[in-house]
Design a protein around this ligand. Structure first.
Ligand code: SF4
Ligand code: FES
Length: 243
């Protein structure tokens, strides 16, 4: 089968097999909102903001990852879909600090998500990590989109410094065994920071400027790298506290 034809919001789309509903909608000029999806990473269907209604499907499906099928009839902005997105956004906004997440703020406004709807619920509360010279980590702003882990791992960098730990509400991004970044396999590529949509990961200088803090001296360049005493991985860019 060379192409698949389906209906999206009353329009006919003809796309190659394997195309996702999100991409098929985009081919018609229809934007399905996304949060965890990133064009360079594997879609993992985590945030559920992209859900759409598919005729004869019992549940809403994630447009970022679900491939199209012949004859599918899809609604991307039906009342049921909008209600689901609004609820997801309200749950996230009730637990996570979205103050530096403009894309999520815009979605909350568009869908009328009221962060106060679940007022009194548990908030995400984690330590602030300032343990290296190049970036800080504030997981109270983390929505667990997983992009940083993907950027660090098999989708981009193959460094595997970051992973997910914990269960349920207490799931969090972390280094393996919670070691400080300079003791992890991090190579300071910056891909995780660039991929983060919420400001949970932020360049150290940006953080210092925003907060009126004195700027650290610029970290040593690659020529100043050195090996760990145990002969293991490269140990560079030690934080001021650890230097
Ligand atoms: S730190 Fe940022 S990129 Fe990583 S999971 Fe959290 S929100 Fe996503
Ligand atoms: S964008 Fe599809 S589940 Fe997050």
């Amino acid at each position: 089968m060379d192409t698949i034809t389906l209906t999206i919001d009353g329009q006919t789309a003809t796309v190659p097999p394997g195309t996702t509903i999100r991409a098929a909608a985009a081919s018609l000029g229809i934007t399905v909102p996304t949060v965890c999806y990133h064009p360079h990473f594997t879609a993992n269907s985590l945030c559920r903001v992209c859900v759409v209604e598919v005729e004869r499907s019992r549940v809403l499906v994630t447009a970022c990852s679900r491939p199209v099928e012949p004859g599918m009839v899809v609604q991307t902005h039906s009342p049921r879909v909008r209600e689901a997105r609004r609820t997801v956004l309200e749950l996230v906004a009730s637990a996570v600090d979205l103050s530096q997440a403009p894309a999520l703020q815009a979605l909350c406004a568009e869908y009328g998500a009221d962060a106060g709807r679940y007022a009194g619920g548990e908030k995400r509360a984690f330590p602030f990590y300032d343990d290296n010279a190049l970036y800080v980590r504030d997981y109270n702003k983390c929505i667990l989109c997983w992009r940083c882990v993907q950027a660090c791992g098999a989708d981009v960098q193959y460094t595997f410094a970051l992973t997910l730990t914990g269960r349920g509400f207490h799931t969090r991004v972390n280094t393996f065994e919670n070691v400080p970044i300079p003791e992890s396999t991090c190579v300071y590529c910056g891909n995780c920071v660039a991929a983060c949509p919420t400001g949970a990961l932020k360049g150290k200088r940006e953080y210092q400027i925003e907060n009126g803090l004195p700027l650290d001296p610029m970290p040593p360049g690659p020529g100043k790298r050195r090996r760990r005493s145990d002969g293991g991985q490269i140990d560079l860019l030690q934080s001021r506290e650890r230097a």
